[in-house]
Write a protein that binds this ligand. Structure first.
Ligand code: PHB
Length: 374
């Protein structure tokens, strides 16, 4: 957001409550849509991404003991995805920000946003033991699901739509070369498993677990055995290695409408959450700030408010498309606790359909690589 504004000649102040080290190390998502890669290139932060990003032409869906490849370029008119860790994007953006010499403050606290229903919003925060007060034209609430911006909006303005799923993902990062060229999304009797990667020497793997699962119940050996079982096929071996990181992530869908209150605009996880199965979270955040920055730029250029007035409705079209796709992938691939054989048969029928019908495969593929116009 700050880089987009900078390129329009608009000043901004970026506030982050964590340290630079924390945000640069924290392991998060890894799949960038073509449109996200294009934007990072356009704003001049794509140099390392072009060198180190792993371009993928498809994914594999595994069920009933077989793998099926969904080929992206042939189904989407040449579109692809790139595997590149979110924290790498964060590092590249921080580097670019520091080069502009515009303000970026880490480890601020007590952030408050006020006055956004007037023409002069105010942001207050504490930095290096001093209280700071900032007056501005707009506030971009890019502060995540647990941030302060959404909760600062008066009751009654926003409507929330929500679904919690009765499972979570146990994720590991391992010092092991990927065991397959592509990502593998596996549907198994024991639950979903995902094989992903971060580099030619680092694998990222996930297992469906209960939402209240204790990490202590999962020593490394149990994780590897379960991954081997859910991802295993005759003649294929899972590469193992030192487990570098381990964590449990909940699965939820969440949207607030509208994504705005006066001069406070919400973007990314501050306004919406998707379950990770569709790999859409980071991509939606990027699509939001592209819209928001162009709206703000039009306002500074000639006082044109039309794009800002449409920001929420324009953004929400893509958000709901991604919510549906993420729910669809999640529902198709996870074992439902308390589900019955009927649920299993429906999931297998849907998996067989997307792997045998070119039209169904194309629908999955165009959503996965990211729709150009929503
Ligand atoms: C990841 O590599 O972290 C990843 C990949 C695909 C997903 C979710 C997470 O759907």
């Amino acid at each position: 957001m700050a880089q987009l504004l900078h390129l329009e000649g608009i000043d901004s102040v970026v506030l982050e409550d964590r340290s630079r080290e924390y945000v640069e190390q924290r392991i998060r998502a890894g799949v960038l849509e073509q449109g996200t890669v294009d934007l990072l290139n356009e704003i001049g932060v794509g140099e390392r991404l072009r060198r180190e990003g792993l371009v993928h032409d498809g994914i594999e869906l595994q069920f009933a003991g077989k793998r099926h490849r969904i080929d992206f370029p042939s189904l989407t008119g040449g579109r692809r995805i790139t595997v590149y860790g979110q924290q790498e994007v964060v590092k590249d953006l921080i580097t670019a920000r520091l080069e502009t010499s515009r303000p970026l403050h880490f480890e601020v606290s007590d952030v408050e946003v006020n006055g956004f229903e007037s023409e002069s919003p105010v942001v207050r925060f504490r930095r290096e033991r001093e209280d700071v007060e900032l007056r501005c034209d707009f506030i971009a609430g890019c502060d995540g699901f647990h941030g302060v911006c959404r909760d600062s909006i008066p009751a009654g303005v926003l409507r929330a739509f929500e679904r919690e799923y009765p499972f979570a993902w146990l994720g590991i990062l391992a010092a092991a070369p990927p065991s397959n060229e592509e990502l593998i999304y596996a549907y198994h009797e024991h639950g979903f498993a995902l094989h992903s990667m971060r580099s030619p020497t680092i694998t990222r793997l996930y297992l469906q677990v209960r939402p209240d699962e204790e990490l202590a119940e999962w020593p490394d050996e149990r994780i590897w055995n379960e991954l081997e079982l859910r991802l295993g096929l005759e003649g294929w071996t899972l590469n193992t290695g030192e487990v570098l990181e381990k964590g449990v992530t909940g699965m939820r869908s969440f949207v607030v409408e509208p994504m705005q209150c006066g001069r406070l605009f919400l973007a990314g996880d501050a306004a919406h959450i998707v379950p990770a199965t569709g790999a859409k979270g980071l991509n939606l955040a990027v699509a939001d700030v592209r819209l928001l920055a162009s709206g703000i730029a039009a306002w500074y250029r000639n006082g044109d408010v039309s794009l800002l007035e449409r920001y929420s409705s324009d953004a929400l079209r893509r958000v709901w498309r991604a919510e549906h796709f993420s729910w669809f992938m999640t529902s198709m691939l996870h074992r439902l606790e308390g589900g019955d054989e009927f649920d299993v048969k429906l999931q297998l029928a849907q998996l067989a359909y997307v792997c045998s019908s070119e039209k169904a495969a194309a629908s999955l593929a165009e959503n996965y690589v990211g729709l150009e116009h929503v």
